[in-house]
Design a binder for this molecule. Structure first.
Ligand SMILES: C[S@@+](CC[C@H](N)C(=O)[O-])C[C@H]1O[C@@H](n2cnc3c(N)ncnc32)[C@H](O)[C@@H]1O
Length: 303
């Protein structure tokens, strides 16, 4: 793998998961299989990996990347929320990785509808063969529900203004049309990011039920770890990172009404926080891959 193709926080993930010969690992978000290949290389000659992804195109790419590892790698097309079923007969494991969000394969393919810089259908589904598309939310949802999605999942200040503009422009068919409507609605305010960024993030989260999926998978993943096993999670926006941070803290330090207070006497910790502060990408990695700028890696160890 050339350095320009290294997945996000690659050395940090491997240092955190510490893959070792004979170990068993789960990658819940295979993508192109870059992290998975690293885990299999470090756990040579007999470490094994179970990899999952909802996206058939990602699975195909990952299968090609993992072919050199033969039967040491198993791939499954499923949501990581199905991890307990997929890992039946394989768990308990030594390490689990969740690299949340979308892959460059998905972002760079206009037909998937994730990018406002290119023109494609308003789709945004990780699994393009099932579930609701972004077009349904954009064109069919009541405007107050659309406003709520933009507010809750995009933290978009101009939620109402954008929802009204979308309502007036319906039906919208393509990513570029939507990006234009948003740009016209919020004008040329001098922002650091494109005015459509938060709306696209909000729609993607809603389409894929991303926050529910992360919330649901964390206890499942912990239950599949051996004592001493590690869970590494990379998130790309603050809503996701907050869910991960709060769950890890509660399992490590007890209920968190007052984070500075001692844990209640009866509290039995389940996890040890390896990263109290998340790891972030180096300046060198961000220069190579600007998407790494928002990545946050948190790692816990099961007690
Ligand atoms: C950031 S990419 C992973 C990149 C990967 N670590 C690599 O080295 O190439 C995230 C992947 O997670 C997948 N994904 C998102 N939500 C998922 C879910 N609920 N279950 C399974 N896969 C999911 C996406 O389809 C995407 O391929």
């Amino acid at each position: 793998m050339s350095r320009s193709h290294l997945p996000v926080l690659y050395p940090e993930v491997l240092a955190g998961l510490k893959p070792a010969p004979g170990g068993k690992y789960i990658d819940g978000t295979l993508g192109a299989g870059g992290h998975a290949a690293g885990i299999l290389t470090r756990s040579s000659l007999d470490g094994r990996l179970l990899g999952m992804d909802r996206d058939p195109a990602a699975l195909e790419a990952a299968r090609a990347a993992l072919a050199p590892f033969g039967e040491r790698a198993t791939t499954v097309r499923a949501s990581y929320t199905q991890m307990a079923d997929a890992a039946r007969g394989f768990a308990p494991v030594d390490g689990i990785l969740l690299d949340l969000g979308l892959s460059s394969l998905q972002l760079d393919d206009p037909a998937r509808g994730f990018a406002f810089q290119s023109d494609g259908p308003l789709d945004m589904r990780f699994d393009p063969e099932s579930g609701m598309t972004a077009a349904e939310i954009v064109n069919d949802w009541p405007l107050d529900e659309l406003t709520d999605v933009l507010h809750a999942y995009g933290e978009e200040r101009h939620n109402r203004r954008i929802a009204q503009a979308i309502g007036a422009a319906r039906p919208l068919k393509t990513t570029r049309q939507l990006a234009e409507v948003i740009r016209n609605a919020v004008g040329g305010r001098r922002e650091r990011i494109h005015p459509a960024t938060r709306t696209f993030q909000a729609l993607r989260i809603a389409v894929n039920g991303e926050l529910e999926a992360v919330t649901g998978v964390l206890p499942i993943a912990v239950s599949l770890l051996k004592p001493g096993g590690r869970l590494a999670v990379i998130s790309f926006h603050s809503l996701e990172d907050r869910i991960v941070k709060d769950y890890f803290r509660r399992q490590a330090r007890g209920p968190q009404d007052d984070p500075s207070a001692a844990a209640p006497a009866h509290f039995v910790p389940v996890l040890n926080e390896i990263t109290r502060k998340p790891s972030v990408a180096s300046a060198e990695e961000i220069a190579r891959n600007p998407r790494a700028r928002s990545a946050r890696l948190r790692i816990v160890e099961k007690l």
